[in-house]
Design a protein around this ligand. Structure first.
Ligand code: ZN
Length: 274
């Protein structure tokens, strides 16, 4: 069994604020260094859970910010680490049809979710992203990309709002692990990291022993992105083939989801050009 693991940071137990996830601001250095350790421990818990379920190959993709967060020296030796950027498929770089399942660890709710830790969709410039008319965050869009390769998402971990979003998008059969519950965007009740690790290990093993259906987007599919400011849409509509649907909204339609995902990446990256 080949298992793909995408690891974000906002949904890791104990993390409640950007100070813990910001790799560039020197004022955050001490908190960020601790956050990286917590993130690496949850990635390793997922690896251990996958090994217990019989995984023979595990790829761990660092999926937060500049994607150089996971501590290579602390990585479980059974896993291979994909880190750095830019990566064409971003949080799902390295995914291919040869994987049996994907795990999303440390994920967070989509932009505009209440009672959700650090909710956002890739970047602050995105107010909302809709796939075929349905609002989707990172977990939904990434699950659709995995699904376009025939790879199902077996488990999502993060706060309670993320688990709810995962079941809403992927169905009741997806495994979920809740490691914290939001009080507000920057406050939570969280289990101890050790407990989070145990839940992830056990949850991953159980989830990988069940069959899962890939979340396959229809062909053609349309992504529609609402930006925060009009100038961001002005930049985004430079993507060839895109359509300006409103003052803040740019859409892109394509029969091949891989191409649509490339356009999605281009839309929000162009939008933050200025
Ligand atoms: Zn992140």
């Amino acid at each position: 069994m080949r298992v793909y693991v995408s690891v974000d940071m906002e949904g890791i137990a104990g993390i409640v604020h950007e100070d813990q996830t910001n790799p560039v601001d020197p004022r955050c250095a001490a908190e960020y260094a601790r956050g990286r350790k917590l993130m690496t421990a949850e990635a390793n818990a997922a690896v251990e859970g996958a090994l217990a379920a019989g995984a023979g190959f595990i790829l761990v993709n660092d999926s937060h910010w500049a994607m150089r967060n996971l501590l290579a020296e602390e990585l479980h030796p059974a896993a291979e680490l994909l880190r750095g950027g830019p990566k064409r498929l971003s949080m799902l770089e390295g995914i291919d049809a040869g994987f049996d399942a994907a795990l999303f660890i440390g994920y967070h709710a989509r932009a505009g979710t209440a009672r959700a830790l650090l909710d956002h969709t890739m970047t602050d410039v995105v107010r909302d992203a809709r796939l075929n008319g349905r609002s989707m965050g990172e977990l939904g869009l990434n699950a659709a990309l995995a699904g376009s390769y025939g790879v199902p998402v077996a488990l999502v971990s993060g706060d309670r709002a993320t688990a709810d979003e995962a079941r809403d998008v992927l169905g009741a059969e997806v495994g979920t692990v809740v490691v914290k519950e939001a009080v507000s965007r920057h406050a939570a009740r969280s289990v101890a990291p050790e407990v989070a690790g145990q839940r992830i290990r056990e949850g991953v093993t159980a989830a990988l022993r069940r069959p899962h259906r890939p979340f396959v987007p229809p062909s053609p599919s349309t992504i529609e992105v609402d930006f925060t400011f009009t100038y961001q849409a002005d930049y985004a509509e430079l993507v060839p083939g895109s359509v300006r649907r409103g003052p803040l909204t740019v859409a892109y339609t394509h029969p091949d989801f891989h191409e649509l995902f490339r356009a999605w990446r281009a839309l929000y990256n162009l939008a933050r050009a200025e």
